[in-house]
Write a protein that binds this ligand. Structure first.
Ligand code: IPE
Ligand code: IPE
Ligand code: MG
Ligand code: MG
Length: 359
C-alpha cells in the first residue's frame, strides 16, 4: 500500500525520521494521528513532489563539506525535518505567473536557509534545548558555534540569491531580514514587560515572522513574472497568513506538547516572552494582579503551573484563536481575487492547516 504517493525519502525529511527509522504505513498513521493538519500539508506536498525533492537536494548541497564542523551543525538541523512551509509558499505563488521552475526552486532553497538560520539564532536567544525533535545547535554544541552556524546558513542562503540580477529581489529579502532582526531585538527588550500592548505584540510578530512568509509569496510571484497586482495580492496574503502562523505558534506554546511540537511547550513565558494569550490574561483574568506580580518579579518558574492555568482559564487562548482566524479570513479575501488555478486550492489548504495545526 502506498503511503501518500509521495516519495518516501521526501516524507522522511519532512517528518524528521532518522536514518534507521523505518517508514511504513503504521508509522505514518501513528505520526498522522499525532499531527493535526498533516494530511492537508501532505496533499500540498504531493502536488509539488518533484520540486520539493529538488529543494531538499539543493538544501543539502548548499552546505559545504569542506568546513566539517559547520557541515555537521547545519546538517543536524537540516536532517531533523521541518514543515518546509516557506518553500511551499514560494512554489505555489509561482503558479500565478509563468512558473519559472528553476528560479522558484532557488528562491525556495534560499528562503528555507534564511529561515533555518534564524531558528539557530532564535534558539540561542530563547535558550531552547530542542528544535524539530532534536537537540538545538546551541545545546548539542554551544552558543558560539550556534552563532556562526546561523551566520553560515544565512550566508549560504544569500549566496544562492546572488544569481538573481533584479535589484528588487535583494531589496525585498534584505528588508525582511532587517525587520526580523528588529522583531527579535524588540522581543528581548519587551521581556517581562507586563504593560506590552496588543499593538506592540502585532508589530513584533509582523517583523519576526509575517514578513518572511509575505516575501516568500511575493518573490515566488515576482520571479515568475506575475503581474504587479497579483504579486501585491500574494504579498498581502502572505502577510496575513504569516501573522496567523505566529499567533498559532504562540497558542501552541500554551496548549501543545513537546512531542507534537518537537520543541518544548510552555517556554515562552518561562523566558519572560509575553505573547497574545498572556497579554489577554493580563488584561482580563480575574487573577490578573497575581499574574502581573509573578511576571514582574520574575517568579514565573516557581509558579508556572498556576500561571498557565490562569492564562488558559482567562479566555486568552480562545481570543488568540479568534485573532488567528480573523487574519486567515483576510488572507482568504486576497486569495479570492486571484485566478482560479489549482495552486489557489493549495494555498487555501495551507490556511486550513494553520487554523487546525498542532505542530
Ligand atoms: C518556527 O517556524 C518559527 C516561527 C516562525 C513560528 P516553523 O514552524 O515553520 O518551523 P519548522 O521549519 O517547521 O521547523
Ligand atoms: C519565531 O518565534 C522565531 C523566528 C522568527 C526566528 P518563536 O521564538 O516563537 O519560534 P519558536 O517557537 O522558537 O519556533
Ligand atoms: Mg523561539
Ligand atoms: Mg514559539
Amino acid at each position: 500500500m502506498k503511503l501518500t504517493h509521495l516519495p518516501v525519502e521526501l516524507l522522511r525529511y519532512i517528518l524528521g525520521l532518522k536514518n534507521n527509522d523505518h517508514l511504513d504505513i503504521n508509522t505514518f498513521i501513528t505520526i498522522r494521528q499525532g499531527k493535526t493538519g498533516l494530511i492537508k500539508l501532505t496533499e500540498i506536498y504531493r502536488t509539488l513532489e518533484s520540486e520539493l525533492a529538488m529543494v531538499e537536494e539543493g538544501l543539502e548541497s548548499a552546505i559545504d563539506l569542506d568546513v566539517p564542523l559547520l557541515y555537521e551543525t547545519s546538517t543536524h538541523l537540516l536532517k531533523a525535518g521541518g514543515k518546509r512551509i516557506r518553500p511551499l509558499f514560494v512554489l505555489l505563488s509561482g503558479h500565478f505567473g509563468q512558473y519559472d521552475r528553476n528560479s522558484l526552486i532557488k528562491i525556495a532553497i534560499a528562503l528555507e536557509l534564511i529561515h533555518m538560520a534564524t531558528l539557530v539564532h532564535d534558539d540561542v536567544i530563547d535558550d531552547a534545548l530542542t528544535r524539530r525533535g532534536e537537540m538545538t545547535v546551541k545545546s548539542k554544541w554551544d552558543n558560539k558555534i550556534a552563532m556562526y552556524t546561523g551566520d553560515y546558513i544565512f550566508s549560504k542562503g544569500l549566496m544562492i540569491v546572488t544569481e538573481f540580477s533584479v535589484p528588487s529581489v535583494h531589496r525585498m529579502l534584505s528588508n525582511a531580514i532587517y525587520e526580523m532582526v528588529k522583531g527579535e531585538i524588540e522581543q528581548i527588550k519587551d521581556l517581562y514587560q507586563t504593560s506590552i500592548s496588543l499593538r506592540e505584540y502585532f508589530r513584533r510578530i509582523k517583523r519576526k515572522t509575517a514578513l518572511l512568509i509575505s516575501v516568500s509569496c511575493e518573490l515566488g510571484a515576482a520571479v515568475s513574472g506575475a503581474t504587479p497586482k497579483t504579486t501585491a495580492l500574494l504579498r498581502k496574503f502572505g502577510y496575513y497568513v504569516g501573522m496567523a502562523f505566529q499567533i498559532t505558534d504562540d497558542i501552541l506554546d500554551y496548549v501543545g506538547t513537546e512531542k507534537e511540537l518537537g520543541k518544548p511547550a510552555g517556554s515562552d513565558l518561562k523566558q519572560g516572552n509575553i505573547t497574545l494569550p498572556a497579554i489577554y490574561a493580563l488584561c482580563h483574568s480575574e487573577r490578573r494582579a497575581e499574574l502581573h506580580r509573578w511576571i514582574t518579579l520574575k517568579q514565573i518558574e516557581d509558579n508556572i503551573g498556576e500561571i498557565i492555568a490562569i492564562i488558559r482559564n482567562s479566555g486568552g487562548i480562545e481570543y488568540s484563536r479568534k485573532m488567528a482566524r480573523r487574519y486567515l479570513q483576510k488572507a482568504k479575501v486576497c486569495l479570492n481575487q486571484l485566478a482560479d488555478i489549482p495552486a489557489k486550492e493549495s494555498l487555501l489548504n495551507i490556511t486550513a492547516f494553520i487554523e487546525e495545526r498542532n505542530f
